[in-house]
Design a protein around this ligand. Structure first.
Ligand code: NAI
Length: 452
């Protein structure tokens, strides 16, 4: 065998698995047909957050007078924002490639196809190589779904992949799908002065998230001038003769929304095109590769992790699965606790949650206590002139055991880790109440919430 392990796909799931495997002494190859870093680094989390950072800076500067800072003629330059975004991506990509070198993980460029037991062919425009390994790990991720809506292929109808590359301001934008990508892009473009309309088929934004968080976000988005239509399904997109696009949708009654561009973000699907040779395919379930609790597919020696297996499509979940899978292959205990996976949404203020909501605890028959602390009384929030927000903590009434937390506030995406750790360690509200949190910080609101 050429390798102990061949990983196909160098996103966060794939490269973390390869690094862990190398640390455990396995001779590892990492096959990638595009850029190192996958969707997260090249077309997802990192570029989106780089642009959101610039947009929030622009908004803060415009609102700085409230803090006594006067600036005139505040402008943004989409080309420079794109340039900065590219620099961030390049720097992080170099970090991953340097780590691969240091850990002696061989980065192989080309399209990988699993063509038999322990065999992977890697194709480039110039050649095809056959590699062999004891084990193969699939970490090929996912691609945006383009739903079969009339007009979906018109120019100006784009997915997040293309919109992230726009170098010109967008006057108006209709977003089809009020999921995670939809609300983050709504926040980004609204902050840059674009007229944004979000059309979501389900009765609430972020249908997979807590109702209260979704409702709070909807109110905030409307207050900022974003048009939000929930319970509305887009049926067709048409080109107007005078330029621009019209989305036809039905909520209570048929209606239309006009825009210069339409962003389609109605979910992602596993990426398996060309991944398996004829006659050597694993069991699949609605396009997702099926795996057992050891990340094994139905093919001998072939494992899969991350978006390609369906489930929670998050970079940090894929990375944790990747590390666990490598450890299982090496006969070690899993390192990451997969029971508690936090969700984070980079709106302003940020949204984060982990574990159970009060509704979910009730549905599970648990007698739960739910404490909500508004951020209006938090010193640091008042200093920052923050929007109203809150932290809600759900615990078991009898024992005080933490069951979950939902928050919408500054730094929510960092603060949530305190609760993920509490869940993993089985801590109670009493345990969290004993901790001294510095003053003045956003985290003091956690003390308020757990002290009751
Ligand atoms: P999503 O599944 O979060 O949301 C898609 C939304 O589109 C749903 O709410 C659905 O009801 C709606 N929809 C479907 N068909 C529609 C139609 N015809 N008209 C109107 N609405 C329609 O998927 P999204 O936002 O595309 O994100 C893809 C994946 O990427 C998700 O799994 C997400 O978790 C991940 N992601 C995570 C981020 C984060 O953690 N901060 C950021 C961006 C993406």
């Amino acid at each position: 065998m050429d390798y102990d392990l061949i990983v196909i796909g160098a996103g966060p799931g794939g490269y973390e698995a390869a690094f862990e495997a190398a640390d455990l002494g396995m001779k590892t190859a990492l096959v990638e047909k595009e850029e190192t870093g996958g969707t997260c680094l090249n077309r997802g989390c990192i570029p989106t957050k780089a642009l959101l950072h610039a947009a929030e800076l622009y908004r803060s500067m415009k609102e700085a007078e409230a803090a006594g800072v006067c600036a005139k003629e505040i402008l943004y330059d989409p080309r420079k924002m794109q340039q900065r975004k590219r620099e961030v991506v390049l720097q992080l990509r170099k970090g991953i490639e340097d780590t691969a070198k240091r850990k002696k993980v061989e980065l192989i460029r080309g399209t990988g196809t699993v063509c038999g037991e322990g065999r992977v062919s890697v194709r480039t425009a110039a050649e095809e190589r056959l590699l062999t390994a004891d084990r193969i790990l699939i970490a090929t991720g996912s691609r945006p779904i383009r739903p079969p809506i009339e007009g979906i292929s018109l120019p100006g109808v784009v997915t997040s992949d293309e919109l992230l590359e726009y170098e010109e301001p967008v006057g108006s934008l209709v977003i089809i799908g009020g999921g995670v990508i939809g609300v983050e892009f709504a926040a980004l473009y609204q902050a840059l002065g674009t007229q944004v309309t979000v059309i979501e088929a389900m009765p609430q934004l972020l249908p997979n998230l807590d109702r209260e968080l979704a409702q709070s976000l909807k109110m905030l988005m409307k207050k900022r001038g974003i048009a939000v239509c929930t319970g509305a399904r887009v049926e067709a997109i048409r080109q107007r003769e005078s330029g621009g696009l019209v989305c036809e949708y039905t909520a209570d009654k048929p209606d239309t929304a006009e825009a210069d561009a339409v962003l389609v973000c109605v979910g992602r699907r596993p990426y398996t095109e060309g991944l398996f040779a004829e006659g050597f395919r694993p069991d699949m379930d609605r396009g997702c590769i099926r795996v057992n609790e050891r990340y094994e597919t139905s093919l001998p020696g072939v494992y899969a992790i991350g978006d390609v297996t369906g489930g929670i499509m998050l970079a940090h979940a894929a990375a944790a699965e990747g590390r666990n899978a490598a450890r299982i292959m090496a006969g070690r205990a899993e390192a990451a606790d997969m029971r508690w996976i936090p969700s984070c949404i980079y709106t302003e203020p940020e949204i984060a949650c982990v574990g159970m909501t009060a509704d979910e605890a009730k549905a599970a028959g648990i007698d739960a206590d739910s404490r909500k602390v508004p951020m209006g009384a938090n010193g640091r929030t008042v200093i920052a002139g923050g929007e109203r927000g809150y932290i809600r903590v759900v615990s078991e009434r009898e024992t005080g055991r933490i069951l979950g937390a939902q928050m919408m506030c500054a730094r929510a995406t960092d603060l949530i880790s305190e609760f993920t750790q509490a869940l993993s360690a089985g801590l109670t509200v009493g345990d969290l109440a004993r901790v001294i949190r510095p003053h003045p910080t956003f985290s003091e609101a956690i003390s308020d919430a757990v002290r009751g």
